[in-house]
Design a protein around this ligand. Sequence first.
Ligand code: NAP
Length: 316
Amino acid sequence: MKLLIARPMTPVVEARARAEFDVEIRENTLPMSQQEMLSALAEFDVVVPTLGDQFSAQIFADAGSPQCKLLANFGVGYNHIDVQSARAAGVEVTNTPGAVTDATADIAMTLLLTTARRAGEGERLVRAGQWQGWHPTQMLGHHVTGKRVGIVGMGRIGQAIARRCHFGFGMQVAYQSRSAKDLDFAAEFTPDLHKLAASVDFLVLAVPGGAETRHLINAQTLEAMNLSAILINIARGEVVDEAALISALENRQIAGAGLDVYEFEPKMPQALCEMENVTLLPHLGTATEEVRSNMGHMALDNVAAFVAGRALPNPV
Ligand code: NAP
């Protein structure tokens, strides 16, 4: 059984992979090229791909009958893999749910607090040597405690964010999802996204990417938001119409944005980089050693189950 891992992993995950499997670990940290994906499907039994490796319908069409039978994706989001085409080509897909939940919720709160309290702007001011000292109206931001947050996508991460907002910050939680959730804390199910957008101080996105949620947040949603509201996106860049977001920020239709993901990442629109009221992170959601190791172990657990002929723990 030949395994290809598409990126360098944490030392503990690489050590396990080398001990348990006949593995090749790609040294490049950039996404695989089309040619690399085709060779991987032809030459390996299992591939561990990740974000940026675009296993599209075209790739599977070009691959014909691949040698590869499992894409054990490193990450919970798998919108870069055309799962239907993979299945049609006899390739199963698994992901790493759960391992990423708390770390990603923590980054959502980091973005929410940083944007609301102007922490990025303040840090830049201090580092630039331009701080002239405290005064009662210096850099006033948006109060967070007790405010109303709207969560779009009340799954594992959405609920972890909601818990932090409710228990940690005494916020009122409202949410939109495909279905209402049975929760152990107060949260108002608001199925109409526009009503939710219009009623909150913070709108936090935690849905999966893909065709169904592409541009879920568009010019109309942004227009529905309050002038003082802040948009937070830890989901996928494509969930937000980035051009519409830039124009909403430029026109002061919303007060700010905190972003971990971008529509065309890693390409960054210059306009966003020049705005003080946005917080921009380089897709840091799961970026801790522990979490990346847990994700790697989960991906390898799926590989091990496949090799042993057992049921896959995390099929998508
Ligand atoms: P999850 O448990 O599957 O939750 C997704 C939620 O989105 C579910 O509640 C689902 O609703 C809802 N949803 C799906 N399609 C929807 C739609 N069209 N409209 C409204 N709601 C919809 O997934 P998760 O583990 O929370 O992860 C969510 C996403 O976060 C991932 O897919 C990934 O793209 C992203 N993520 C980002 C980072 C990062 O580094 N920034 C890290 C990890 C994950 P129902 O429950 O009602 O079906």
